[in-house]
Design a protein around this ligand. Structure first.
Ligand SMILES: [Zn+2]
Length: 88
């Protein structure tokens, strides 16, 4: 009985905003929207954990702003995770 009330297209949309979310660039409403989705979506939950860890590591290394390169790296990672969560 696996009910999937969401489409992976929605996940991809969300993934694209995750880096902004992690950088706290989004408004509160969008943040809670993302959080609500992640709460119900296992692939997104796993993705979020990985990203958060990556961001934490990066922030610990440098207590400055995240370099532009990092955002690109994050997008690549998101892309990989999005591909991995897709089937068929
Ligand atoms: Zn999702």
């Amino acid at each position: 009985m696996t009910e999937s009330n969401h489409h992976h297209e929605k996940c991809r949309e969300l993934f694209e905003r995750l880096s902004e979310y992690l950088d706290r660039e989004l408004d509160e409403e969008t943040c809670s929207e993302i959080e609500a989705h992640i709460d119900r979506c296992e692939p997104c939950k796993v993705c979020m954990k990985t990203l958060k860890r990556t961001v934490d590591v990066c922030r610990n290394l440098k207590q400055e702003q995240v370099p532009p390169d990092f955002s690109r790296h994050l997008r690549e990672l998101i892309g990989q995770l999005a591909e991995g969560g897709k089937r068929g």
